[in-house]
Design a protein around this ligand. Structure first.
Ligand code: HEM
Ligand code: HEM
Length: 316
């Protein structure tokens, strides 16, 4: 394990989280078109950071920093990492951040169309997922993890966690579409709000059952219970923030400009959504690391009952 590489991957993941907050501040301030050009801002490399330009250009600056950190991370991974799939993930992270930067520029050039702005918001979450995964794969706890037994005849935990992860990702896409469908001075479309509430219910059921199953089946395995508890706690915070975001967005069209608490609550909802997502990713990756595959479960079942594998594979 390379401690330096792991620490640097953690720094890049934290910087990405900060970038997501900076991006959400652009949207909540309705500052996306503070400057209509890109890659320059109002024809300048560094404009005066006044009014909404503070948020828009500030976001570009943070994005540039994260882009540069990702380049360094990729070279660091290529130099120090032996596992080829981790090396590939390092290259993928760079490709993802470049694509994300281009989508950011495109959404400005095209004047914030719903599809491009929502894609920019969604790819941000996927990029965050990539940097967090790099931090997980290079960590000591991942490399030194030992297999854990799972009871037979039960629904494998990895499937429960994967289902929760997919549900959350779909909910993030619905959330991004909802958020970019109406600016602060317009009411949110009811059908999308209802879809998002349905999504929240699905996430609560999927993530609730995955995390509670972890806590019930593996209560002494901190490697699994820690991310499960964090994900559960964040889910509760996210649901409360969602309700608060809805209430403040109902009132915001009557305001003269985007104001607090709407700005802070909607930004917190985006940020906490990202945290729910990555804590579930950590949990899911860890279940894949330490719990047996279904075929391994089947093999041990057959062995327990003294059934020879080769009889099944080749009856002759
Ligand atoms: C490279 C990494 C980048 C990441 C991870 C990132 C992330 C984000 C995030 C999370 C949001 C908030 C979405 C939301 O609140 O729904 C956002 C908004 C935004 N970003 Fe980026 N961004 C990046 C680069 C850029 C670049 C280079 C630009 C160039 C102009 C840009 C322009 C914008 C704009 C204009 C918005 C507001 C969109 C709207 O209000 O519809 N982003 N970004
Ligand atoms: C598991 C639960 C939830 C998750 C993971 C989640 C996630 C998200 C995300 C990530 C966004 C913004 C996406 C982006 O632009 O990048 C969003 C937007 C939004 N969500 Fe949720 N959400 C959840 C539950 C709720 C609930 C229960 C409500 C209550 C009605 C709600 C109300 C909203 C509203 C109103 C917006 C748009 C905010 C705006 O216009 O600025 N969410 N959600």
């Amino acid at each position: 394990m390379n401690r330096g590489l792991n620490r640097f991957a953690i720094v890049v993941a934290c910087a990405t989280f900060f970038l997501i907050i900076a991006g959400a501040l652009v949207t909540s301030h309705d500052a996306g078109l503070a400057t209509p050009d890109w890659p320059l801002s109002n024809g300048q490399v560094f404009p005066k950071m006044v009014g909404n330009l503070f948020w828009e250009h500030g976001h570009r600056m943070v994005a540039t920093t994260v882009g540069m950190l990702t380049i360094v991370l990729m070279f660091y991974v290529l130099r120090k990492e032996k596992r080829s799939w981790v090396r590939k993930l390092g290259v993928f992270a760079l490709l993802a951040v470049v694509a994300q930067g281009l989508l950011g520029g495109l959404t400005v050039k095209l004047m914030l169309p719903l599809a491009v702005s929502s894609a920019h918001a969604t790819l941000a979450q996927l990029f965050f997922c990539t940097t967090v995964s790099l931090a997980v794969f290079t960590s000591r706890s991942w490399i030194e993890a030992r297999p854990i037994e799972e009871e037979q005849g039960v629904l494998p935990l990895r499937y429960l966690c994967t289902a929760a992860l997919v549900t959350i990702f779909l909910q993030l896409i619905i959330g991004a579409t909802l958020r970019h469908s109406a600016t602060w001075d317009q009411q949110l479309p009811t059908e999308l709000v209802l879809t998002h509430i349905g999504g929240a219910l699905a996430v609560t059921i999927a993530l609730g059952s995955a995390t509670l199953t972890v806590l019930r089946r593996h209560k002494d395995e901190k490697f699994l219970t820690r991310p499960a508890l964090i994900a559960l706690l964040l889910l509760v915070v996210q649901l409360s923030l969602g309700i608060a975001a809805y209430v403040t967005r109902l009132a915001s069209p009557n305001d003269p400009q985007p104001l607090n608490p709407m700005i802070s609550i909607t930004v917190a909802h985006v940020a906490c959504g990202a945290l729910v997502f990555v804590s579930t990713i950590v949990l899911t990756l860890r279940t894949y690391r330490v719990l047996p595959r279904r075929s391994a479960l089947r093999e041990s079942f057959l062995q327990d009952y003294g059934i020879r594998q080769d009889l099944h594979v080749n009856p002759e």
